[in-house]
Design a protein around this ligand. Structure first.
Ligand SMILES: Nc1ncnc2c1ncn2[C@@H]1O[C@H](COP(=O)(O)OP(=O)(O)OP(=O)(O)O)[C@@H](O)[C@H]1O
Length: 324
């Protein structure tokens, strides 16, 4: 599994989504409507070659519509999209060998075996380069002779992924790639996706699993009501909300705290500090506790989590702050 430290290294690699010859996947002012309903309302994305980008969002936020447009299945009502510099709706044939998609519903014939499905797939799809052994990569080699109808939900997701890999794509669109997978398969899939991206494949994945985005994504965006509410590296997105220090000072401590940059609130004996200056405020608090012989029980200090950011977006709270 990838460590946070490695993630921080990746974070620095694609600070803007544009490197070298420009983005591999791009949306500019994208707007998509279903009749009068605006599903995507001015989305800008720039995903660099070899970047693994996660698109998160609340239900009905517009993720699928955005991705379908990038895949060339829809044309924008306004704005433009480009994949490898081309309009994906107009150049579907040219892009076919470069782009692979894993949709939520794959719709394979249930009476074909896994191996037959792969062979058929390779006959029907243009290949940029063949991938050595996609079934082994997704741990399905031992199920080669099993009919697709008899695969479990998680195994079907792995077959989807194997087929996507089989053509050696430069761009991979993944819609909820690990839904239904057990924890071991999920981690294996994460390692595989990470390796693909490290080998230069650009990956756009939509997911409802925040830990998947946290673990994998070079950058991510959280959509809400057709717009991107917040985007950046995991660290940048977390920094849009204040960090939190929580503790229960020992009785008799009094409430004359040292001057802190953050806002303090008391809930009975429990103190919470919401701050943009976590290290400095923690230092002041510890120093004050030392000087006044106070014990800070149940002390906990943490940056905001992706979950908190997501909850704030979902609650439509206006308190997502600009990263300074
Ligand atoms: N075919 C359609 N006709 C009318 N409205 C649609 C259609 N498809 C999607 N919508 C609406 O467009 C909006 C965006 O839908 P979309 O499926 O892109 O969101 P999503 O972020 O993928 O949602 P979810 O996470 O729930 O799958 C929603 O309000 C949805 O109800």
């Amino acid at each position: 599994m990838t460590t946070r430290t490695e993630s921080a290294g990746r974070d620095a690699r694609h600070p803007t989504g544009v490197v070298g010859d420009g983005p591999a996947i791009e949306a500019t002012g994208l707007r998509c409507c279903y009749g009068d309903h605006v599903a995507v309302d001015g989305v800008d994305l720039a995903i660099a070659p070899g970047e693994l980008f996660a698109l998160l969002g609340t239900n009905g936020a517009g993720k699928t519509t955005t991705v379908e447009t990038l895949e060339g299945h829809r044309t924008p009502d306004e704005g433009r999209v480009r994949v490898l510099g081309r309009d994906p709706a107009r150049h579907r044939r040219a892009l076919a060998g470069e782009v692979a998609q894993v949709l939520q519903e794959s719709g394979f014939a249930g009476d074909l075996t896994v191996a037959e499905t792969l062979r058929l797939w390779l006959r029907l799809h243009p290949r940029r380069q063949s991938y050595s052994d996609p079934l082994t990569e997704v741990d399905l080699r031992h199920r080669s002779d099993v009919r697709v109808a008899r695969l479990s939900g998680g195994e079907r997701r792995r077959l989807d992924l194997a087929l996507a890999l089989a053509t050696g794509p430069r761009i991979l669109f993944l819609d909820e790639p690990t839904t239904g997978m057990d924890p071991a398969s999920r981690e294996r899939t994460w390692r595989l996706l990470r390796r693909l991206a490290d080998d230069g494949c650009t990956i756009l994945l939509t997911t409802h699993y925040l830990e998947e985005a946290e673990e994998l994504a070079d950058r991510l965006a959280v959509m809400h009501r057709g717009r991107i509410a917040v985007t950046g590296t995991v660290a940048e997105v977390a920094a849009t909300r204040r960090a939190r220090i929580h503790c229960v000072p020992s009785s008799g401590a009094g409430r004359d705290l040292p001057p802190l940059a953050g806002d303090t609130t008391w809930d009975g004996p429990a103190l919470t500090v919401r701050t943009r200056h976590l290290q400095a405020d923690l230092h002041r608090l510890l120093d004050w506790a030392d000087r006044t012989h106070v014990t800070l029980n149940r002390l906990n200090a943490a940056e905001a989590s992706l979950r908190e950011v997501f909850a704030a977006v979902q609650a439509d709270r206006g308190e997502i702050e600009e990263t300074s």
